[in-house]
Design a protein. Sequence first.
Length: 285
Amino acid sequence: MKAFSNFNLREYNSYRLSAVCRNAYFPECDEDIRTLFSDPNAKKIVLGGGYNIILSQDYYDADFVVFSGTYNNISLVGEDKVLCQAGVDMKELSEFALANELTGLEIYYDIPSSLGGAVVMNAGAGGEDIKALLIEVYYYDPNTDTFNTISVSDINFEYRNSFFQKNPEMIVCRALLQLKTGNADEIKAKMDKTKEARWAKQPREFPNAGSVFKRPPGRFVGPMIDELGLKGFAVGGAKVSEKHSGFIINYADAKGSDILSLISSVKAKVQDAFGVDLEVEQRVI
Ligand SMILES: NC(=O)C1=CN([C@@H]2O[C@H](COP(=O)(O)OP(=O)(O)OC[C@H]3O[C@@H](n4cnc5c(N)ncnc54)[C@H](OP(=O)(O)O)[C@@H]3O)[C@@H](O)[C@H]2O)C=CC1
Ligand SMILES: C=C(O[C@H]1[C@H](O)[C@@H](CO)O[C@H](OP(=O)(O)OP(=O)(O)OC[C@H]2O[C@@H](n3ccc(=O)[nH]c3=O)[C@H](O)[C@@H]2O)[C@@H]1NC(C)=O)C(=O)O
């Protein structure tokens, strides 16, 4: 396994915040996972691709385990199933599916996520989600020091929620996905179309971590923020995106604390004006 001391996580969080941690570990196999997590008292902070996190501190006197760039094997099982490890980047997984003329993963060409993060959060967009493709997930339970398999029906997926969110000590190791045989041109066309539509609406030119808030029941976040005239509202180097007000962008060397102050301010204004208590979707670390 790769291990680094005093490691700057800037390249491992999509806001590109500078945050140094005491140690960063990049597991490469199941035994590395057991070594890292078998002692429940030795707390570690888990990151996938770092696309949905806010690193609120400049320094962490803590150990991070990063599932990105390693533990990222993908293999075809039979004709139309794919087995992949937690560190697989979903974009690469969608490209693997295309190369094998398999359909189902096209939207993940542009949903920033590791496979592990996608399972934990039930990643998706436009009405599609990962739940629909999953057969089963293999995970590590530090309470019992065992690797277990859970079938999709037992994961209890909900909107941005799952068994793994409710049990954050469980480590997602691998997932088996069911795809369908497709036509390469059609798969590629859907990948390109999804990407184009998302880039047109989202501020992909700046570091960001997707939607800041969950959709409150029966409402959208963007229109409320727009109505309050908060597009472009900034704290330090962090700003409510002018392109999509459900996003915060790092436009000028923001700190995690800038993002948190901006979130508090937006939350308070939305609460005052609409009586809606916005729930932050991104993980504050
Ligand atoms: N729809 C969109 O456009 C966008 C969606 N997103 C979503 O955000 C998520 C980002 O994923 P990713 O970057 O990989 O995750 P992150 O690195 O952002 O990690 C988020 C949390 O997921 C948990 N986690 C990640 N990997 C594992 C694992 N192997 N085992 C157990 N827990 C894990 C950890 O929480 P804990 O320790 O509490 O379990 C971690 O704090 C995806 O679900 C993605 O869909 C992000 C940006 C845009
Ligand atoms: C980006 C993420 O996922 C996104 C996902 O890409 C999109 C599309 O499926 O739907 C959710 O966003 P969202 O609720 O903001 O949906 P969008 O379709 O972008 O916008 C909803 C509505 O708000 C309006 N809107 C959007 C932005 C804006 O500045 N102003 C505005 O009025 C849009 O016109 C649309 O009518 C997901 N977010 C959540 C928290 O559910 C993420 O999870 O990080």
